[in-house]
Design a protein around this ligand. Structure first.
Ligand code: CO8
Length: 264
């Protein structure tokens, strides 16, 4: 795929936005390629995804400013919707997506990272929403996801003042879960993805759905969302084998084995 590479290592898929000459900025073509890569993810075999940027300098330096510079109001709305639809697809993708933020994550770069389930970054990462310096608002979900992820006050400070934040500050405010030296970032992301991939896949998917859907409703409704998904696990091989394995181990520690979860 032109601007987006995809490789599978075991049960982990690694998606790399690959437009290094423009610091991996997102133009329409990159967004289309990303959508096509998501179409091609084999959900029977791949259980977690890592999303990163090509090169050592930039994760994604934003939406493509050249492409945006001549948009009309209608075209601007359409471009915002295009990005939003794809980022929402990532956010609601059935399996977990980990953003390995390896440098600039500005504007649309921070926004795509925030649509992932988990964010970790390299120590040279730089986060920001520079849109007001360009005369626009964040248009790929930044006003909504940053306020939900950190706090409304912190999101407003970052967005209104066009202030970039470094990796340690991103960690302090909870925008990323961990910071690694550049060379350790991708291995760490893959290791985390592989650990997730070893768990019962239907249960992991249900956890993602429960957290995402539950956050959209009040606590009473959210607990019903959880109950339904919890109940659905009892129709799976993975639940039967996972629990049987635990009981066998209690019975005879020599019977300890790794459960080979079957995704069914
Ligand atoms: N768009 C297009 N090209 C870019 C972008 C971008 N966002 N960022 C970098 N590039 C290009 C540069 O133009 C340059 O190309 P060339 O070599 O042909 O001149 C190349 O990448 C390298 O960049 P620099 O020479 O500038 O590299 P530096 O190391 O000096 O600087 C920076 C790196 C600080 C990242 C700098 O490139 C920069 O400030 N980039 C823009 C960052 C930015 O403002 N991003 C936010 C864009 S707005 C946005 O994302 C809105 C999302 C919602 C859109 C909704 C639409 C409706």
């Amino acid at each position: 795929m032109g601007f987006v590479q995809y490789e599978v290592e075991g049960a982990v898929g690694v998606i790399t936005i690959d437009r290094p000459r423009a610091l991996n900025a997102l133009n329409s073509e990159v967004l289309d390629d990303l959508n096509a890569v998501l179409d091609g993810v084999d959900l029977d075999t791949v259980r977690a995804l890592v999303l990163t940027g090509a090169g050592e300098k930039s994760f994604v330096a934003g939406a493509d400013i050249g492409e945006m510079s001549t948009l009309t109001k209608e075209e601007g709305e359409a471009f915002g919707k295009k990005g939003n639809d794809i980022f929402r697809r990532i956010e609601t993708f059935p399996i977990p997506v980990i953003a390995a933020v390896n440098g600039f994550a500005l504007g649309g770069g921070n926004e795509i990272a925030m649509s992932c389930d988990i964010r970790i970054c390299s120590d040279n990462a730089l986060f920001g929403q520079p849109e007001v310096g360009l005369g626009i608002t964040p248009g790929f979900g930044g006003t909504q996801r940053l306020a939900r992820l950190v706090s409304p006050g912190m999101a407003k400070q970052i967005i209104f003042s066009n202030s970039n934040i470094k990796a340690d500050e991103a960690y302090r405010i909870g925008l990323v879960n961990a910071v690694y030296p550049q060379e350790e970032l991708l291995p760490a992301a893959k290791k985390l993805a592989a650990r997730i991939a070893k768990q019962a896949p239907i249960a992991v998917r249900a956890c993602k759905k429960a957290i995402n859907d539950g956050l959209q409703v009040d606590m009473d409704q959210a607990l019903v969302v959880e109950e339904k998904l919890f109940g659905s696990c009892f129709e799976t091989y993975d639940q039967q084998e996972g629990m049987a394995n635990f009981l066998r181990k209690k019975d005879d520690p020599k019977k300890v084995k790794m459960v080979d979860f079957q995704n069914k």
